[in-house]
Design a protein around this ligand. Sequence first.
Ligand code: ZN
Length: 257
Amino acid sequence: MVIDTHCHIYDTVFDADRDKLICQSKDLGIEALIMPNVDMDSLKPLISCAQAYPGFCIPLIGLHPCAVNANYKSQLVEIQSHWDTITWQGIGEIGLDFYWSKTFEKEQEQVFLEQIDWAVQKQLPAILHNRNSLERCLELLENLEHLPELVFHCFGESYEMAKRCLNLNTKVMFGIGGVLTFKQSHLRETVKQLGISNIVIETDAPYLAPVPFRGKRNIPPYIFETAKLLSESLKMEIYDVYRETTKNARLIFSNLD
Ligand SMILES: [Zn+2]
């Protein structure tokens, strides 16, 4: 019924109750959890989780911009050494993050472009993480001849920026999560202007829990809080929100069961 398009369910904070949460998620009507990677340390638990819950916990491979350091070339080689470990269904999460640090700005850009190229070569979609960096990210993408299909994860920018994303020469979706439920969120306006046709929903669990769970550990079942707010913002029936966002997720992640 719904797909959580961005979920770190393999994170160690779920070690004690992961199985319970996955059963609960299935019972509630969640069809799949898309799992973007973060760094070298997260890769092993991510792979184990994908193997333990095949077809439900969907593995993506990539290096998060905040994990990029001066040794980025060997980081990429190490990530790539896992190409054949499992069937990857996307590249992520990748992008630029100039909020936490600009120390490795140039390195982040190199790593981002290299991974965009992997996605193009492998014909896989990419999940993008951007913070204080969307402008630069778009500049880079606008200069490329070939692009993979893209999800702008945790999108929180204006409608004007969203339009620039949509003008890229590829299929684009915006990942909307708990931030939509925060009281001061201007995102509701953007979402209204966007309409449902380019929206997928996500939790980013264990981060960014929606209201009324804000500040707590986020879990996949909380995705229904975001769906509820989306239905209110768009004045759509909740079941239409489930159906349309799932359809959108499947347009990007076309190999799901
Ligand atoms: Zn994430």
